[in-house]
Design a protein around this ligand. Structure first.
Ligand SMILES: CC(C)(COP(=O)(O)OP(=O)(O)OC[C@H]1O[C@@H](n2cnc3c(N)ncnc32)[C@H](O)[C@@H]1OP(=O)(O)O)[C@@H](O)C(=O)NCCC(=O)NCCS
Length: 136
């Protein structure tokens, strides 16, 4: 589907994360639409990130997710961004905390991966959270 529609459609997107100093590619960020009700206003973006191993642990994960969040709030109408990660993925949980996301809870048995069901922690960032941060 991505190949046919390009890397960004109304339902999803993918961008390359580059280091600004030298344009080295560090990984990708993605987003896809999730719906919390039948009306368009109840649509949110679920974001994801994967950095290449050499790029991890330098703070790029925090910055890339902050930049993606800012871009999605500026260019679309959604009120809510969300991100979920395995309960064992402490690096991503810390990165989301530092990027300003709030931890909401655990989605039990939500993701099937590597032959089994995994519990996921869900985080969110609302439009009002970013406005409050700018004001405060
Ligand atoms: C998860 C990921 C995006 C985090 O980005 P990153 O650039 O490596 O992380 P950052 O350097 O921004 O730092 C994140 C924080 O996590 C902490 N951290 C890293 N590994 C950790 C671990 N195993 N346990 C606890 N904290 C950890 C870091 O110390 C840092 O916190 P600090 O600044 O308070 O010290 C990146 O490592 C990655 O792409 N991993 C593989 C793919 C993945 O897991 N994607 C998310 C899946 S949903």
């Amino acid at each position: 589907m991505l190949a046919r529609q390009g890397l960004i459609s109304d339902e999803r997107g993918l961008l390359i994360v580059e280091r600004s100093a030298d344009a080295a590619p560090l990984g990708t960020v993605t987003w896809h639409a999730v719906s919390h009700g039948p009306n368009p206003e109840s649509r949110a973006w679920n974001i994801g990130i994967a950095l290449v191993p050499e790029a991890r642990g330098h703070g790029y994960g925090v910055e890339a997710q902050q930049l993606l969040a800012r871009r999605l709030l500026a260019t679309t109408q959604v009120n809510r961004l969300e991100a979920s990660t395995d309960v064992e993925n402490l690096a991503e949980q810390r990165a989301l905390d530092k990027a300003g996301f709030s931890r909401e809870g655990v989605l039990r048995g939500a993701q099937f991966r590597a032959g089994g069901w995994h519990d996921m922690v869900i985080y969110s960032l609302l439009r009002q959270d970013v406005s409050a941060e700018r004001r405060g």
